[in-house]
Design a protein around this ligand. Structure first.
Ligand code: B12
Length: 443
């Protein structure tokens, strides 16, 4: 039977770029779209392929009878999304190609003018994608879809978003419970119990996509999904990651939910989350542990209070007036919470970012020193890549960054050149005492 709507999420890798091949995975955001379509009577499918050429992948899509292709695009996979869309349009120009996700939201103009696509749907898209599909199959004219960006006469037209999404996330059916995410992939994909974050970090675009608002699934929905995912695991323990910006932002909710999970804990799953940790206390940490949380990852970003203030990690006000008191307090709290978490038995993971605005080489040493003081079990770092949709994208010149868009869009759309030579940052191995622990598998 033909399934008229297909999704693909291309996972980028250097070997695939070199050999010009495509590998895809199951994307949680698209699975939400697929579940919503199914609830409204439209079947859709995921294309999961391993190292396939764009032409052969496009033939597979056409052979399946696909009329609408939805691709999730980020700054790191656009180069390959473009190969695929060109191949699809060569084989059958009537197949409708819609891009969605963060990069379709904030770089719609660039995507439309540099690839063979029909439109970008901006922001969270369950109801708008349904509306587009209905219009396309009913009349062929989907051009009035809310949140759609498309080209007309060489210019990008952006439709307004239309009515606001539901205040209640549970109105979107579960992609696990409705059978969209295959059993064997459920744990790998992870779970999302909320969307958004209230903070205004200047480098983060998912939170601005959500207007700095936070929405939650109900406790009952989360527990039902966890129970189902636990039943999908043949042999434990398996680590399930909570894919959200801040699992422990609303402590009352975190505590309540974890108490309910702990009342009937999973048999084979253990949990991990990425979250701000500075608000956590011993009571909440113990409840999280009882619920099965073992892996606690947080974004330190920088160990320098001035840089933390510039990136608005702690507050949006100018900290120079009080000697960065709030940022110093934040670093102090992190140390306290990591100590408590380790005592309870959590595997603690800190993430840092180098090349932040206003950062000098000596400030990066503060970050390394802070990582050592934190004494976390695992540490990783990134260099700041600047994405559209962030505050720093608009102020980049002031901080001395240079951004370059290359013709091949590889490895990311905007190649960032940092204001100081980040390659001079010393390697942490010389500084950290417990390097062995970093590579230890904690399961
Ligand atoms: C979970 C996650 C992952 C998981 C993905 C798990 C999975 N199988 O789905 C893993 C760990 C594999 C991953 C990998 C990477 N990730 Co990631 N990831 C996230 C995270 C934390 C949550 C995403 C999520 O599940 N959200 C919940 C769902 C429901 O929302 P959603 O995905 O946004 O989808 C909605 C809309 O965007 C839209 N939508 C999305 N796709 C589509 C497609 C169509 C057709 C339509 C119409 C709409 C649409 O509708 C959806 C439903 O409303 C985000 C941060 C964030 N908060 O967004 C980073 C994030 C998306 N990741 C990011 C990056 C950079 C990466 C990596 C490149 C990292 C790396 N260096 O290796 C890789 C590779 C990405 C790839 N293409 O392969 C960046 C993207 C930045 C950017 N602008 O490009 C983010 C924002 C993190 C960050 N702040 O840097 N990631």
């Amino acid at each position: 039977m033909d399934i008229p709507i297909g999704f693909a999420w291309i996972t980028p890798s250097e070997p695939d770029f070199v050999s010009r091949r495509i590998t895809t995975g199951c994307h949680l955001g698209c699975a939400y779209l697929s579940a919503y379509l199914k609830q409204h009577g439209y079947e859709s499918d995921f294309f999961i392929v391993k190292s396939e050429s764009p032409d052969s992948f496009a033939r597979r899509i056409a052979r399946a009878g696909t009329r609408v292709v939805g691709l999730s695009v980020d700054d790191a996979n656009f180069y390959a999304v473009r190969w695929l869309t060109e191949s699809i349009k060569k084989i059958d120009p009537s197949i409708l190609i819609i891009l969605g996700g963060l990069t379709a939201t904030f770089s719609d103009d660039l995507l439309l003018k540099n690839s063979s696509i029909d439109g970008c749907l901006r922001s969270y898209s369950e109801s708008n994608f349904l509306e587009l599909v209905e219009a396309f199959f009913n009349s062929g004219d989907y051009s009035r879809t809310p949140g759609l960006s498309r080209l007309s006469g060489g210019e990008t037209i952006r439709n307004p978003y239309g009515r606001k999404g539901p205040g209640d996330l549970d109105l979107f059916p579960s992609p696990y419970l409705s059978g969209i995410i295959p059993n064997n992939l459920a744990v790998d994909v992870g779970i999302s119990t909320s969307r958004g974050c209230a903070y205004k970090c200047t480098f983060c675009n998912p939170t601005s996509m959500h207007g700095h608002q936070v929405m939650y699934h109900s406790d009952e929905r989360v527990i039902e999904e966890l129970r189902y995912m636990d039943s999908c695991v043949a042999e434990g323990p398996r680590l399930l990651l909570f894919n959200e910006d801040a699992f422990a932002l609303n402590l009352a909710r975190t505590k309540r939910l974890c108490k309910k999970i702990a009342a009937s804990p999973p048999r084979k799953l253990i949990f991990g989350c990425e979250t701000r940790i500075e608000h956590l206390d011993e009571e909440v940490l113990r409840v999280m542990y009882a619920a099965g949380f073992r892996y606690l990852k947080f974004g330190l970003e920088s160990g320098n209070p001035r840089v933390l203030n510039i990136i608005k990690k702690v507050r949006a006000e100018d900290g120079s007036r009080d000697g960065y008191a709030a940022e110093k307090e934040y670093l102090h709290k992190l140390q306290k919470v990591v100590g408590l978490a380790k005592k309870i038995g959590f595997h603690t993971v800190a993430g840092a970012v180098f090349g932040l605005p206003g950062e000098r080489l000596e400030d990066s040493i503060d970050t390394l020193d802070m990582v050592c003081r934190l004494d976390v079990d695992e540490y990783y770092h990134n260099f700041l890549y600047i994405f559209p949709g962030t505050e720093i994208f608009n102020t980049k010149e002031r901080w001395g960054y240079r951004l370059e868009v290359r013709d091949d869009f590889y490895p990311t759309i905007y190649r960032t050149y940092w204001p100081y030579p980040v390659e001079l940052i010393p390697r942490i191995e010389g500084k950290i005492r417990h390097i062995q622990r970093q590579s230890r598998c904690f399961l």
